[in-house]
Design a protein around this ligand. Structure first.
Ligand code: PBG
Length: 301
């Protein structure tokens, strides 16, 4: 059988994730895919908050084009960076088993241990709001770039601490960097820790190959978190945290929305059947109904 091309961004984390997909496909089918690097808008602009660059699809647009143009046969993404609304001609064919979903604090053992008035480097409105909720005295500075760039900025003293996804650190072999923040203190971003693989909607060969490496529980949870985001009309720049889990035949979604400075927030939880498409929308409605004004203003238009 002929091979296939696996499209990915060129960051060390993206390349590692693409290699995980290539290895899983080789183990399942004995076919070795070729990794093709595609440079995305998000990779080119490093000095501004992503929310300011405007336009969406910062990490996906060029990979979408390469996929639809037949230059690649699948595209590997951190699901956290994939918009909730995707082109009709592209489908998520598989997700790898989810990694540790927590954030890790680098530069202090706990949020409580940060020195008074500490400066946190982050580009994430969610992380900024969550930290300020627990520590109203801290301020944030913009930290962008890949994991190594952010760690270098921290080492150079541009901030006292930073937060990074445990999943990304672990995949880069840096399990020991920082300290995991408990889920009770910080819920993760929707889809954090999940790697997804997209293909052309009509490509039955790639759909078949990828079905063999899909992790259904991860897919159900991540799709529920994405549906919640969509129902909130939110995106990865919105201060929203969400985590779905499956136990037995019950899917539980927990979520929290914040005001920009974290001083206002609303928390909610819902459980039901994993395949119930109304579950995320029902949680979104409940959260928006109960949200303080400073939170509601940031969501649902
Ligand atoms: N927004 C960047 C991004 N996208 C995915 C990950 C980490 C891996 C993951 O969550 O799957 C990261 C870095 C981070 O947040 O520390």
């Amino acid at each position: 059988m002929t091979g296939f091309r696996i499209g990915t961004r060129g960051s060390p984390l993206a390349l590692t994730q693409a290699a995980m997909v290539r290895d899983a496909l080789k183990a399942a089918h004995g076919i070795e895919g070729e990794i093709v690097v595609v440079r995305t808008t998000g990779d080119k602009v490093q000095d501004r908050p992503l929310a300011e660059i405007g336009g969406k699809a910062l990490w996906t647009k060029e990979l979408d084009r390469a996929l639809l143009g037949g230059e690649i046969d699948c595209a590997v993404h951190s699901m956290k960076d994939v918009e909730t609304v995707r082109p009709e001609a592209i489908v998520i064919a598989a997700m790898l088993p989810r990694a540790d979903v927590r954030d890790r604090l680098v530069g202090a053992e706990t949020l409580a241990a940060l020195k008074p008035g500490a400066v946190i480097g982050t580009a994430s409105p969610r992380r900024a709001a969550q930290v300020k909720r627990h520590r109203p005295d801290v301020t944030t500075v913009l930290f962008r770039g890949n994991v190594d760039t952010r760690l270098a900025k921290l080492a150079a003293g541009e901030a006292d601490a930073t937060l990074l996804a445990s999943a990304g650190l672990a995949r880069l072999g840096r399990h020991d960097v920082g300290h995991a923040v408990p889920l009770q203190v910080m819920l993760p971003a929707p889809a954090q820790g999940a790697v997804g693989i997209e293909v052309r909607a009509g490509d039955s060969r790639m759909l078949g190959l990828l079905a063999a490496i899909d992790h259904p529980a991860t897919r159900a949870c991540v799709l529920a978190e994405r549906a919640l985001l969509a129902a909130l009309l939110a995106d990865c720049h919105s201060p929203v945290a969400a985590l779905a889990t499956i136990e037995g035949a019950i899917l539980t979604i927990e979520a929290e929305l914040f005001s920009e400075d974290g001083s206002a927030h609303v928390h909610g939880m819902i459980e039901g059947a994993p395949e119930d498409p109304m579950l995320p929308a029902a949680l979104a409605r409940d959260l928006l109904d109960r949200a303080p004004d400073a939170v509601r203003a940031l969501f649902a238009g």
